[in-house]
Ligand binder design. Structure first.
Ligand SMILES: [Cu+2]
Length: 296
């Protein structure tokens, strides 16, 4: 009798344990766990281009959007705009293009600072590194940087740590992909016309791409340990979606005007609005010095 009670008790306990542990339909685990994460990371989300959002009719498609991996399902959205209140640096056609075969065929105005109606394009906006709990796997989709008309396209691109980046050469001329992290060269590789893409991965940092043959060429790959980032479009707007509710530090980085931060609280029910404002008098960021020196 005594023993039987014990047996049934432990049977009960076992059943309870099994129930508790095995409940796969349990309402959404918090975004974090690695297991949950890997199931959530589906390449399908590559179609998503957060800030492709509202763009003027003449606006070309949004640039620099990484193929955002399906993140652990948050429901929050961060929306915002990047402004430049001062007088932007005037962009011209880099003088050296005229002496470069193939590149000389097109007068391409430089793109380091693009402002439309006081709104600043190509500002990279993200939740600060380490700011979102969870281990995000890099998406299977490769991000792409092209060299086209002797320019890096897009100018600035976001990827998740470890995500593969294909660097292509669509021009009928030789380029030389020279990448830096700070002052340090990461690699320096010639890429003749028609060559296969160079496929690279990085774990963190702001990677600067240059070309030793065409010194005006410049592109940036910003590497983040999570997928919550976007690049401001022609109208200065950006949208970061599927953000788990919470409080975050948001960073904006522009290759000429540098870093700004803002605190943001994300809730599920309505988008958090953030405005970053540059004065146009900011010093160049450490990651990109002297870009415009002697260009025209
Ligand atoms: Cu080049």
């Amino acid at each position: 009798m005594h023993r039987r009670d014990l047996v049934s008790l432990s049977a009960l306990a076992l059943a309870a344990l099994t129930l508790g542990a095995g409940c796969p339909e349990e309402p959404a685990r918090p975004a974090g766990g690695t297991a949950a994460t890997s199931t959530a990371v589906a390449p399908a989300a590559s179609a998503e281009a957060p800030s492709a959002a509202p763009q003027a009719a003449e606006a070309p498609k949004a640039t620099g959007q990484a193929a955002a991996p399906a993140a652990p399902e948050g429901k929050g959205t961060i929306q915002g705009v990047v402004k430049l209140t001062g007088k932007p640096v005037e962009m011209k056609v880099p003088a050296a293009r005229k002496d470069a075969p193939i590149c000389q065929d097109k007068d391409v105005v430089f793109n380091a600072v693009v402002v439309n109606d006081g709104k600043l394009k190509d500002t990279f906006v993200r939740i600060a590194v380490g700011g979102v709990q969870g281990g995000w796997k890099a998406p299977d989709t490769h991000a792409v940087v092209d060299q086209k008309d002797c320019m890096y396209e897009p100018r600035i691109l976001g990827v998740v740590s470890g995500q593969q980046v294909d660097i292509k050469n669509s021009d009928r001329t030789l380029h030389n992909v020279h990448s830096y992290k700070g002052a340090e060269t990461l690699f320096n590789q010639a890429q003749p016309r028609g060559a296969d893409p160079l496929t690279k991965t990085w774990n963190d940092g702001i990677i600067k791409l240059t070309c030793d043959i065409h010194p005006w060429m410049r592109g940036f790959v910003v590497v983040t340990d999570h997928p919550f980032f976007a690049v401001s479009g022609d109208d200065g707007s950006f949208t970061i979606e599927k953000v788990p509710a919470g409080k975050y530090k948001l960073e904006a980085w522009h290759s000429r005007y540098g870093l700004k931060t803002a605190d943001v609280t994300v809730a599920d029910d309505k988008p958090a609005q953030v405005t970053f404002t540059y004065a146009g008098t900011e010093p160049e960021p450490a990651e990109n010095k002297d870009e415009l020196k002697g260009l025209w």
